[in-house]
Design a protein around this ligand. Structure first.
Ligand code: ATP
Length: 604
């Protein structure tokens, strides 16, 4: 569970510079008080009242040093010169010692955490992405980073220095009349604790709102991503109604609870502040009328105490903004604290790591696995795949074919048993180097924004252009790539040419081949392709047969015929193993599935 401390820790790396800039900004806030004090002293000079001893000593010192008489003019000149130094002299320094560091620190921390957040995205387990949609994750990260960045300068450059200013004001008043200082001090403690308790209550509402907003935004992004389905199923009105309910729910919390809460809080604060200002005026006037304080001190106290009370509004606004952002910052830290996946690869490229080279011999040994350990999806799987063999995994939907491959990729760990690669338990191997020896062509091939070439060499950027051409030739992709406007340099993805399903598949095959993998896994998706594309992909696969270990998750049986070994899965068990002819001669599932296929049915 993330806490307030996590927000502080966000800037921890820069604490030295942070303390320095807060001290500087606070010093400037306190120095500001010299203006009204000096004006009070000028009034005393003009009305022939006594000056405070330190000011008297200073003027006497100047008179001695310059050989001038200690006249009214000299006193006024000295006070004026001091006001000039304090107000004009510090003007060019303040932005550098204050503002520069405030934003500089915020931006540096932003850079650090943008990187950390991406590291988190890259190391979270795959199942996290099954459960959370991309819009929700991206929004949470972006909002968290932005709010941390805005909050830092406000807190360190404004809120904290303002507190010091108030402490300075109370001290100045205390030096003149301690009783009035106590009135001011207690009124502040009262106002601030009242505001704090109000804000704490409102923060809880903000957390609720944040959760609601995340739900709404997440659905919005789903609607955008799945717009084709929404339109095809004509569910626009349904989506709108559902979202309208969510907008309404958000509005109620935002307007009736949060906004109203802030207005109420502001109302109480304002009333209390004005009462305090009035009270201080009464006390000060009484003290002045009794001759306990001079006219200059009367003016100084009234001016500085008004300055103090004038800070209540900006302080509560800053606190309010902080409270509004608090929930999203905490949610960002909750995201950052999610445990990394056990399968997380190394994020640091280890140049010295010994690259593996396997023969492609894979053995599943007594492998049992369930996403929920009590409900195994794969049960006691024993399977030996020899180097360069082609093995087809067939079976009904949900029989565990993809899960077997996920385990091979080490996205999940088996509950018992294991997977051996050339006799080595894969759990013992460095996951990054190990995965580099595998390649997979998914049913849906992901295309990144960029050129076709970028997409092809995604897994192996050091591949030569000859390697790329050769792989594309085998994958039956070379011809269509060359016919594109800019050939291999054609931009694809979001901002480029759209590729058809078959073209994406062939790019996927070529991309996998460019990895030069020891084991190539093919999640066959030919069922969604037109006849010609399917034919090209079958030709591509045929060209790969026997060049490396090939595991095919077969949805159609046409490619399976040529496999050395066909493994039939049923309810997580291997029920049949053999080649096409052997299995056809048995009265088993394969024969039944094959009969269905012959009549053109899909495997399901
Ligand atoms: N991330 C997951 N969390 C929980 N259960 C899952 C997850 N992925 C798959 N399953 C379950 O595991 C079982 C096996 O699924 P798997 O995807 O391996 O089957 P499959 O044979 O590849 O199916 P298909 O041919 O439809 O792709 C199914 O019952 C499925 O519901």
């Amino acid at each position: 569970m993330a806490k307030f401390q996590d927000i502080v820790r966000y800037y921890h790396r820069y604490w030295r510079i942070s303390v320095f800039s807060i001290a500087m900004m606070s010093a400037f806030e306190v120095i500001d008080l010299f203006g009204p004090y000096a004006i009070g002293q000028i009034l005393n000079v003009l009305s022939n009242q006594a000056l405070d001893p330190p000011v008297q000593n200073l003027i006497a010192g100047v008179a001695r040093a310059t050989g001038q008489p200690q006249s009214q003019t000299l006193s006024l000149l000295v006070l004026l010169a001091l006001i000039g130094i304090v107000s004009v002299g510090r003007a060019p320094i303040q932005p550098w010692l204050g503002s520069w560091f405030q934003w500089d620190t915020a931006f540096r921390a932003r850079r650090d955490y943008a990187q950390k957040a991406l590291e988190k995205v890259l190391t979270l387990p795959l199942e996290f992405y099954d459960e959370n949609n991309p819009g929700r994750i991206a929004a949470r990260v972006a909002k968290g980073l932005a709010n941390h960045t805005w909050t830092y300068p406000e807190i360190t450059g404004q809120l904290l220095p303002k507190f010091f200013r108030i402490v300075g004001i109370v001290t100045v008043i205390g030096l003149i009349d301690w009783r009035i200082a106590i009135v001011v001090l207690f009124s502040f403690i009262g106002i601030l604790s009242f505001s704090l308790s109000g804000l704490t209550r409102l923060t809880q509402q903000e957390t609720t709102l944040d959760r609601y907003t995340e739900d709404t935004e997440s659905r919005n992004s789903e609607i955008i991503t799945n717009i084709k389905t929404v339109k095809a199923f004509a569910t626009e009105a349904q989506e709108l109604t559902r979202q309208r309910q969510r907008f309404g729910r958000e509005f109620k919390v935002l307007d009736y609870r949060i906004h109203k809460g802030y207005v109420m809080l502001g109302m109480y604060e304002r009333t209390i502040v004005q009462s305090c200002v009035f009270l201080v005026l009464i006390f000060t006037l009484i003290a002045a009328a009794r001759g306990e304080i001079s006219l200059g001190h009367f003016v100084t106290i009234l001016t500085v105490s008004s300055m103090a009370y004038a800070e209540v509004e900006p302080i509560s606004q800053l606190a309010e903004v902080f409270a509004r952002r608090y929930a999203s910052m905490i949610r960002f830290h909750e995201f950052m604290q999610l445990p990394d996946g056990k399968d997380a690869g190394s994020l640091v490229r280890d140049k010295n790591a010994e690259p593996y080279q396997f023969t492609g011999k894979v053995e599943f040994s007594h492998l049992t696995f369930g996403y929920d350990p009590d409900r195994p999806v794969l049960k006691d799987i024993n399977l030996l795949i020899e180097p360069y063999q082609t093995v087809a995994l067939v079976g009904r939907s949900g029989s565990g074919k993809s899960t077997l491959v996920k385990l091979l990729f080490r996205y999940f760990e088996p509950n018992s048993g294991g997977i051996l690669m050339d006799g080595l338990d894969v759990r013992r191997l460095d996951v990054t180097s190990y995965r580099k020896r595998l390649a997979i062509v998914h049913q849906e091939v992901d295309i990144f924004n960029g050129t076709l070439l970028d997409n092809l060499v995604y897994g192996n950027p050091s591949a030569t252009i000859q390697q790329v051409h050769e792989a594309c030739r085998i994958a039956q992709a070379d011809d269509f790539i060359r016919s594109m406007p800019k050939g291999y340099a054609t931009i694809v993805g979001e901002r480029g040419v759209r590729l058809s399903g078959g073209q994406r598949q062939r790019i996927g095959i070529a991309r996998a081949l460019i990895m030069e993998p020891d084991v190539l896994i093919f999640d066959e998706a030919t069922s969604s392709l037109d006849y010609e594309s399917e034919r090209s992909i079958q030709l591509a696969m045929r060209a790969i047969l026997g060049t490396r270990t090939l595991i095919i998750i077969a949805h159609r049986l046409s490619t399976v015929r040529e496999a050395d070994k066909i493994v039939v899965l049923e309810n997580g068990h291997i029920v049949e193993v053999g080649n096409h002819d052997e299995l056809l001669n048995r009265e088993g599932i394969y024969r039944r599935l094959h009969a269905l296929q012959e009549t053109g049915e899909l495997l399901a």
